[in-house]
Ligand binder design. Sequence first.
Ligand code: ARG
Length: 397
Amino acid sequence: MRVVLAYSGGLDTSAILVLLREKLGAEVVTVTVDVGQEEELEGVEERAYKLGSTKHYTIDARGEFASNYIAPAVRANALYEGEYPLGTALARPLIAEKVAEVAKREGADAVAHGCTSKGNDQVRFDLTLMALLPGDVEVIAPVRMWNLTRAASRKILASKGLPVPSAHKKYSIDENLWTRSIEGGPLDDPLEEPPEEVYAWTVPPHKAPDEPLYLTITFEAGTPVAVDGERMPLDRLVATLNRLVGAHGYGRIDHIESRVVGIKSREVYEAPAALALIRAHRDLEKLVLTPRELRFKALADAAWTDLVYQGLWVEPLRGELQALIDSMNRWVTGEVRVKVYKGSLTIVGRHSPYTLYERGIADYDTGWYPSDEEARGFIRLWGLQSLQAARVRGANA
Ligand code: ARG
């Protein structure tokens, strides 16, 4: 039996690699997909071979992650339940796609991943893999299947005299270009403030520099293309903003999240670039879209975001919504100036060739004014039904 394992190099997938070989007698091919999880990537290949992988792939998917997943998320202002920029949710379908490609190339009988039965990621992996793989390739989740605990995983590795990955002790961390997610340990008490040690991308706001940071972000058709006039590929742009904005203490999120599987969980994230880009993008949209477009787009954005969070990247509606969202983004071209100061981010300026704001109309001093007659006529008709109802219902309302 030949199994392709989505291998992060962490504790669970390392134990799974051993178990697949020993319990199923499988030959295991490992795949690690680089979506920008810098610290976790070091030594992964070496570890995989030490644990008995027959062939290891490290696939650099940062560029694809940025252009096919992060860029659409920016254009959709994607914040799940108003707060979470979807980092993990966006990376899973891409990882699944890469794993499926290897599975086909290697003629695998099964693919395996390290998700538990409590989380969203099992839904995202299972569904995307099932959509991409031929029907006779099985998707297996050993942690779910064998009730593997973290303690058991540690034991398995230690008993083999194998390196126990320096697990992030109390916390379960998932990191990629877009979001760093921290769960577990003391965070499981939703009343407790997250200890400073959970953060790695952001400084505590009170320790941020005294001078504010000003940045100009350029968008073309809704996609961020430059920072302070310097054009760069989106993956680099995101990494740059994470560093610059995080250094000023902006980008921390602490919220209660509704998982697909019906559980509420306490989630802590760091996402300086994601939050800065989405806020800047939304601001630019307000400049260039009509009020009707804006209100309708918010519905499409929310529907797209829910589908992605809920593991339904493969659902056709996700693609249809994305086409609409992208089309509306044709006008989201221009520049946004932001000010980052001790943990806060303020939009301080914006500009677009497609601006619907016109100074000559908006201006109170020299601008155009509707005549008294025009204004009265408009207001009468605007409120006609409301006034009518108030009259008819009178005191009974
Ligand atoms: N709650 C987020 C999601 O479902 C992040 C989960 C990341 N996992 C972790 N072990 N920190 O997308």
